[in-house]
Design a protein around this ligand. Structure first.
Ligand code: F6R
Length: 235
């Protein structure tokens, strides 16, 4: 059963997201799965401004671009440092190693890390096409951590952030859908009208691999946190 919570706007969503993190901590969650992107920023802002203490917890991020150093400004490592870890540290924070060229080794290492540190609480954003992590439509629901080839449209959209076209990442490492589904509790947030179609498909239409987030209908502890714009197509 998905619990759906509708708030006025992303600022209110940040407060509601914060409350869910606080409750998870209170209930002894120790391993937090984290996401990047614009969506979780209001939640991270509330958390980093609070007195919540993650110093005895670890964090494990969903994904990272292959080929980017952790110090590269477009890396997900750098995003997490800026929006979370610099202000509110964990005892240890893990993000896939984009500089490991050995796909087999890196994905197996990451999957093992998660198996050894099961995720108590996972936050997700929702792609406009229903993706979660870098798992695009068609990714098997039982997929584990893998290397994803980015679509041309993603590569083109990212090109503006790089000096040189050849520096734009072609691949990413991402937890699989099966990996994500092992989390004990999941929070997925979505804000804005351009997420309304994906929100409707995720919640109200049959679960299908064509809409990765619709897998969450099969999870026992999911909260969907959306603003009114993202909820506008729900019946
Ligand atoms: C981020 C991630 C992505 C984003 C999704 C939504 O780590 O894995 O799935 O959550 O693309 O992005 P935003 O929040 O920027 O709309």
């Amino acid at each position: 059963m998905m619990k759906v919570k509708i708030v006025a706007d992303p600022t209110a969503g940040g407060k509601a997201g914060y409350e869910l993190f606080a409750a998870a901590l209170e209930n002894n969650a120790r391993v937090f799965g984290l996401a990047t992107g614009s969506t979780p920023i209001s939640t991270y802002d509330e958390i980093t401004a609070s007195n919540l203490d993650f110093s005895k917890c670890i964090s494990i991020n969903l994904d990272e671009y292959v080929s980017l150093a952790p110090t590269h400004p477009q890396s997900y490592h750098a995003f997490m440092q800026e929006h979370f870890f610099d202000k509110k540290p964990f005892s240890k924070s893990y993000v896939p190693d984009g500089l490991n060229p050995d796909e087999q080794e890196e994905t197996a290492r990451y999957e093992k890390l998660i198996a050894e540190n099961p995720i108590d609480f996972q936050i997700l954003g929702l792609g406009r096409n229903g993706h979660i992590g870098f798992n695009e439509p068609g990714t098997p629901f039982d997929s584990i951590t893998h290397r994803v080839e980015l679509t041309q449209s993603t590569i083109d959209a990212n090109a503006r952030f790089f000096d040189n076209e050849k520096d734009v990442p072609r691949y990413a490492y991402s937890m699989g859908i099966g990996t994500i589904m092992k989390s004990k509790e999941i929070l997925i947030e979505a804000y804005g009208e351009n997420k309304a179609d994906a929100v409707k498909k995720m919640i109200e239409e049959p679960s299908t691999e064509q809409v990765p987030a619709s897998v969450l209908q099969q999870h026992s502890n999911v909260t969907v946190l959306i603003d009114q714009a993202a909820a506008s197509k729900l019946t």
